[in-house]
Design a protein around this ligand. Structure first.
Ligand SMILES: Nc1ncnc2c1ncn2[C@@H]1O[C@H](COP(=O)(O)OP(=O)(O)OP(=O)(O)O)[C@@H](O)[C@H]1O
Length: 638
């Protein structure tokens, strides 16, 4: 980390007001299990509060509560004496324990897209890029800026680099309050120290309020914190100055062994016997009566004891109004328009304007997300393996049905090629969309929770950004196989291609809808397999004598419509099919060629081209809308 580099924010981002965080008597129950009981603390601008405690004591739950991601049963969480609300949440950034990114994007691309989405439109593109460069230098990420983020399958950034990348994304927006869940986990001692000292300097210099959860800090890191909140079974075991914690333990008869890391010592105590835990918790309760216990944790600032708070109110802009007004404002804010997200680090141009604003307009969000979607999906959708598969199958299909004659004897083969082509691209698109969804969902959820963009902008961008990639491979496949079949009409080729692509895009919508609806990948694969196989059975090629009571099923088969359309085009506009001497078509008794209608009826087709197309478009619309509704109302990020 570049120690000498301080953080310079563009002037528009410097308008952030320092925030004092006060949480008092916070209790949280999850799934009927009491996780936090009466936890209190205060962190002032420029201070770093460390939340420590054994695994499972409720550190992450506390950060979730402070960020507004989970509801509290009782108590209050206030920023500058104001109950936390939607408007204030945008000033909070929450660096999650997990590093959630698109694995195929480079670090620089990730940061640039974050800046373009989360910095206000009033900043120019050049300023945003300059700011990204600056943050890259501050967090000493220049050497790895062009490395992909990576995941378990692809090597990319190291664990420490990912952690810093995670923080860099949040720092970009110059948040007033930073909540960091175990930022040093997985780092070596030097990197951990370096990161914490950078955060400490940042908090001091920029008057930021920082809360971090840590597991086992070194003593060097431990004394870097200003305040400590020690949790034991979800209760406060100690809250106060870090420098006084040793005295606290000494005073209750648990003296810290000399030359022993105090952080290790106190953690061992709160993991000790029930008797010791009781002793510590009782002493912590008694400490609330001591004169140096923060006043704002004793009295309720808003309700009655305004005088106590006056001491702090002068430090801050008194534009922070009462809670009632705020809730009223936020209820009417545009935030509720398109997202259910709350915790955010987004910066909008002006402060305290009473309503929530997206950092960028819809058009910017759509443009940036389309670009990002294209860049993120390209390596996945146009991977070497997919090229090999497409070219290989195009050649194989071309060789299998090579130079087919336009005779009744070849009819079944021509139809076989059409049916294979439609079903193959249906499966490819549907399962492709399904497989990409679980990892994408995590990133979207994180970004929706941070209030980075409208869901509608993301959704539209996803459709548009991926479209060129979705249509590339089927086009190549058709370009290879169609001429090999011996068919040469460019008009027929283009029309067939149109229907093949429509079928592919419809299948992708179904995959996206199923992926969005099912949280469990196995369930979504099973549902998709059932649907696609049923769709094939009722497509009109495999079974031509469908029992009348099951006939309705073919109307749910998207392949049915695409396959029928391909036949209508090929047999109407291409060269006609010659009757055989022993033709099964009655029309061949008087005709030398099979009428198109007879070919279609033999396959159970009844609808004209326009009707099949309209139904395919309806499939597309319905599944796209359903996918949006599911994400908007049923799969809200929590
Ligand atoms: N949604 C939930 N429903 C029920 N229990 C939960 C839920 N989320 C967390 N818990 C439980 O709450 C307790 C506190 O979890 P939390 O993740 O806050 O602990 P932590 O101190 O951050 O742990 P660690 O240090 O291991 O990350 C744990 O016992 C956990 O199993």
């Amino acid at each position: 980390m570049v120690e000498s580099t301080s953080i310079h924010f563009p002037s528009i981002l410097q308008q952030q007001r320092p925030l004092e965080l006060v949480f008092r008597g916070v209790s949280v129950t999850l799934d009927k299990k009491k996780i936090l009981h009466d936890v209190s603390g205060v962190v002032r601008p420029g201070e770093v509060l460390a939340v420590m405690g054994p695994s499972g004591c409720g550190k992450t739950t506390l950060l979730n509560a402070l960020s507004g991601r989970i509801k509290i049963d009782s108590g209050s969480i206030r920023l500058n004496r104001e109950n936390i609300c939607k408007r204030l949440r945008k000033k909070i950034c929450y660096v999650l324990q997990q590093d959630i990114f698109f694995p195929d994007l480079t670090l620089r691309q990730t940061l640039v897209y974050t800046a373009l989405l989360r910095l206000p439109d009033s900043l120019s593109y050049a300023d945003k890029i300059q700011h990204v460069d600056h943050i890259i230098d501050v967090l000493d990420l220049r050497r790895c800026q062009d490395t992909i983020i990576g995941d378990v399958l692809k090597r990319g950034l190291s664990g420490g680099e990912k952690k810093r990348a995670n923080i860099a994304c949040e720092l970009l927006t110059n948040p007033s309050l930073m909540l960091l869940d175990e930022p040093t986990s997985g780092l070596d001692s030097y990197s951990a120290y370096s990161l914490m000292s950078k955060l400490k300097k940042y908090a001091e210099k920029e008057r930021k309020t920082v809360v971090v959860t840590v597991h086992q800090p070194s003593s060097q890191i431990f004394y870097m914190f200003d305040k400590l909140l020690l949790l034991c079974n979800g209760q406060t075991a100690y809250f106060g100055d870090v420098k006084k914690v040793v005295d606290f333990f000494n005073d209750i008869g648990l003296p810290v062994t000399p030359h022993y890391n105090p952080a290790d010592f106190i953690l061992e105590q709160v993991k000790g016997s029930e008797e010791i835990k009781e002793k510590i918790l009782a002493a912590s309760k008694d400490a609330r009566k001591l004169p140096d216990y923060p006043e704002e944790l004793i009295s309720d600032c808003v309700s009655a004891t305004v005088n106590l708070c006056d001491k702090y109110i002068h430090n801050f802009d008194d534009r922070c109004h009462t809670n009632a007004k705020d809730e009223d404002d936020s209820g009417r804010s545009s935030w509720s328009d398109d997202t259910q997200s709350h915790a955010s680090s987004t910066v909008s141009g002006t402060e305290d304007d009473g309503s929530w604003q997206w950092p960028t307009c819809f058009w910017t969000q759509f443009k940036v997300l389309s670009q990002r979607n294209f860049q993120e999906a390209r390596p996945r959708m146009l991977s070497k393996l997919n090229w090999v598969q497409t070219v290989g199958l195009g050649l194989l299909a071309g060789l299998l049905w090579f130079q087919l004659e336009r005779k009744e004897e070849s009819l079944h083969d021509i139809q076989g090629w059409m049916f294979f082509s439609t079903t193959y691209w249906m499966l490819f698109a549907l399962f492709g969309a399904l497989a990409s969804f679980p990892s994408e969902r995590e990133v979207i959820n994180k970004e929706r929770l941070s209030g980075a963009y409208r869901l509608s902008a993301y959704y539209l961008a996803k459709m548009v950004g991926e479209l060129p990639l979705t249509i590339t491979l089927p086009t190549v496949y058709l370009l290879i196989s169609y001429p090999m079949l011996g068919f040469h009409s460019p008009v027929v080729f283009l029309t067939l291609l149109g229907f093949l692509l429509l079928n592919t895009v419809v299948a992708q919508s179904v995959g996206f809808f199923v992926g969005a609806s099912c949280m469990d990948l196995e369930v979504s694969i099973t549902i998709s397999a059932l649907y696609t196989l049923a769709t094939q059975l009722f497509g009109g090629y495999l079974a031509t004598n469908i029992p009348s009571w099951l006939k309705w099923m073919q109307y749910l088969s998207m392949v049915h419509y695409a396959y029928q359309n391909m036949q209508i085009v090929e047999f109407s506009d291409g060269s006609p099919i010659q009757c055989s001497t022993t033709s099964k078509f009655t029309a061949c008794k008087t005709n030398s060629h099979i009428p198109v209608q007879d070919i279609l009826e033999a396959q159970g087709a009844t609808l004209p081209l326009w009707a099949n197309t309209l139904i395919l478009l309806l499939f597309l619309l319905v599944f796209r809308v359903l996918g949006y509704v599911v994400l908007r109302y049923f799969r809200r990020p929590k």
